[in-house]
Design a protein around this ligand. Structure first.
Ligand code: NAD
Length: 418
């Protein structure tokens, strides 16, 4: 499928091929399970504040339709490309299957830079993009959620645009909305809290007490900031964090209250004086117990995998570790990996809860949400660990094989139409 050509898509395919061999999946089934079912590319014309009209490329990929509607984030970032979105949609499929959610994976986005745009420009991009893909999404078709560069406000605009088209409020068309519009309590924090919960389970498995541990978090955005703060509340000292502009290092631990106040004013971690500046490359090599990449794909590569110095690699981001880095880490054998499709699954699990609450117009307390979330993550972690131990597999292969097998089984049971 040449249309998806992209290093991140190659990476997702390489992972899939390894698992298909492991599962001894018949050749005749492989392409059907692997390749995205549908994809849509749109041109999004937007009038900028200057009066100039710019056209941004937008994408939505739905990976498989065998278990329910599709589900996945919308990314606003200059590097968004069809192949990247397709890889992220594939990973969403394996993640939903691993955690037992009735969804196929999807992903989408617009190649734009919200950091250099005004809020009005971002709103116009969001609304026009939603309009362009309106027949491709819906509560029973495909349900977007926030990802890099998008947030609750973006989801509110998407929901409003969709609802205006249909003449009534359709809260179930997106998740990760503001709570006032039918969002779920706990959704904003769900991915980061899930990361911190699974870090705790990994440390337990290794027989390491959280208190006295140190952590490094790359990408202090939605996922990274909540993961860092929750780990800190759990007794882990977070010694370094970063964003796209650079990083901060303080061996005594980062003061999050002061850092958040600084970010609220300056919109970056850069220039915060109560820590030393450090680059995004160096931050990954710091000695720590827990390294949590929570930014973008392909950060841990053959170039730096031999040099990372952590006991637990908690993949808050999607696809932060390349397959050749995996080979090096597996040979080293001293790094416990919580693979992305497990580690950051808290987000889609609570998105599923939000969708269920919207469809029923019946809302749950935050306690109920978190309790149900941790139970699902606990089951997925235990199943993955058991599979890894029984079959002597790396955690990533165990998690992927559980997810991919469920999708393959569903396709086999439904059969080939017509
Ligand atoms: P976000 O936009 O809120 O935050 C991303 C952060 O990463 C920002 O602080 C940004 O400045 C930083 N960043 C960007 N490029 C960087 C680089 N090269 N080095 C260091 N930092 C960099 O996005 P998010 O929602 O927190 O998503 C982060 C990752 O988590 C993505 O891989 C996303 O797909 C994944 N994820 C998000 C969710 C969710 O619920 N938001 C759920 C599952 C997985």
């Amino acid at each position: 499928m040449d249309i998806y050509k992209h290093p991140t898509f190659d990476m997702a395919c390489e992972q899939f091929d390894l698992v298909a061999d492991l599962l001894q999946m018949p050749q005749s089934e492989r392409e059907r399970v692997k390749f995205p079912k549908r994809s849509l590319t749109v041109a999004v014309p937007v009038r900028m504040d200057s009066g100039e009209v710019k056209v941004f490329p937008g994408y939505r990929v739905q990976h498989h339709l065998s278990l329910g509607p599709t589900k996945g984030g919308m990314r606003f970032h200059p590097d968004v490309a069809l192949g990247e979105v397709a890889a992220l949609a594939m990973w969403m499929s394996w993640k939903c299957a691993l955690t037992g959610l009735p969804y196929g994976g999807a992903k989408g986005g617009v190649a734009c830079n919200p950091r250099t745009m005004s809020i009005n420009e971002v709103e116009r991009v969001t609304r026009r993009f939603t309009q362009e893909i309106i027949s491709f999404i819906g509560p029973q078709i495909d349900i977007p959620a926030p990802d890099v560069g998008t947030n609750e406000q973006t989801m509110a605009w998407m929901m409003d645009t969709y609802s205006n088209q249909f003449g009534h409020a359709v809260s179930g068309v997106v998740t990760g909305k503001p709570v006032d519009l039918g969002g779920s309590l706990g959704r904003r924090e769900a991915t980061g809290r899930g990361v911190a919960f699974l870090v705790g389970r990994a440390l337990d498995t290794l027989g390491i007490a959280s208190s006295g541990c140190t952590a490094v978090v790359q990408g202090y955005g939605n996922v990274g900031s909540v993961a860092a703060q929750k780990m800190s509340q759990n007794g882990i000292k977070v010694i370094a964090v970063s964003d796209a502009d650079g990083g901060l290092y303080n061996p005594k631990g980062i003061d999050f209250e002061k850092l958040d106040a600084y970010i609220a004013k300056h919109r970056t971690v850069l220039g915060f004086t109560e820590a030393e500046p450090i680059s995004n490359e160096e931050i990954l090599l710091l000695k720590c117990d827990v390294l949590a990449p929570c930014a973008l794909e392909r950060q841990i590569t053959a170039h730096n995998a031999a040099k990372i110095q952590c006991r637990v690699l908690a993949e808050g981001a999607n696809g932060p570790t390349t397959p050749d880095a995996d080979v090096i880490l597996n040979e080293r054998g001293d790094v416990f990996i919580i693979p992305d499709i497990l580690c950051n699954a808290g987000g889609v699990v609570v998105s599923y809860f939000e969708w269920v609450q919207d469809l029923q117009s019946f809302f749950w307390s935050e306690g109920e949400v978190m309790d149900k979330l941790y139970r699902i993550l606990e089951t997925a972690f235990t199943q993955t660990l058991n599979m890894a131990n029984q079959r002597k597999l790396p955690m990533r292969m165990a998690a992927l094989s559980l997810g991919i097998k469920r999708v393959a089984d569903a396709k086999r049971q439904r059969g080939l139409f017509p």
